[in-house]
Design a protein around this ligand. Structure first.
Ligand code: HEC
Length: 155
């Protein structure tokens, strides 16, 4: 009986890790956040990456969205309620994909994948999502599984 239970649990975790595109080998370290579904609150980018993203944002995005990220004219704000209400029910993969496919508006897809990922990290930092140890990877399929809402809450 006990053995069956453990076995089922292992299968369950394997399934989750397959869904998230992660190897079964890393289960031990991140089983708990994974079982709950990762979100932007789990420290999914690093401080250093957000710093690179800020520099890229200043160079490539601030002209329209402004240095304070509050937007101007047709360019929407990328901070606080404007950002939260837009992305609350979405995920990091869609944010990365849309930014890459449509921005900078005058030359979409002109930056490197690393630059786009760093800019997304900077947007997370500016919106007070916590930093972690690892860089955000520029992999939209992987990031699709990372939502914005804190598990079990509206924010
Ligand atoms: C030439 C002006 C311009 C530049 C430069 C620019 N944007 Fe935009 N951005 C816009 C406009 C206008 C919109 C609204 C229309 C749209 O969504 O295409 C927009 C919309 C957005 C949105 C909201 C998309 C959505 O679906 O809600 C995001 C996020 C964004 N920009 C991020 C960026 C980032 C990151 C950069 C730098 C890599 C950037 N923008 C550079 C003009 C610009």
């Amino acid at each position: 009986m006990l053995y069956d239970g453990v076995d089922d649990m292992a299968k369950h975790w394997k399934l989750k890790s397959a869904i998230l595109g992660l190897g079964a080998g890393v289960i031990g370290a991140i089983a708990v956040p994974m079982a709950q579904g990762r979100t932007a609150w789990d420290g999914v980018y690093s401080e250093a990456q957000a710093g690179r993203g800020k520099a890229a944002y200043e160079a490539q995005c601030a002209f329209c969205h402004q240095s304070d990220l509050r937007g101007q004219g047709f360019a929407p704000g990328l901070i606080e309620d404007t950002f939260t209400s837009r992305w609350q029910d979405s995920n990091l993969g869609d944010l990365l994909t849309i930014v890459k496919a449509t921005m900078p508006q005058d030359k979409p897809t002109s930056l490197t994948d690393d630059e786009y990922a760093a800019i997304v990290a900077y947007l997370l930092q500016a919106n007070r999502y916590p930093a972690g140890q690892q860089d955000l990877r520029a992999d939209p399929a992987d990031l699709k599984a990372v939502g914005f809402k804190r598990p079990g809450t509206q924010k």
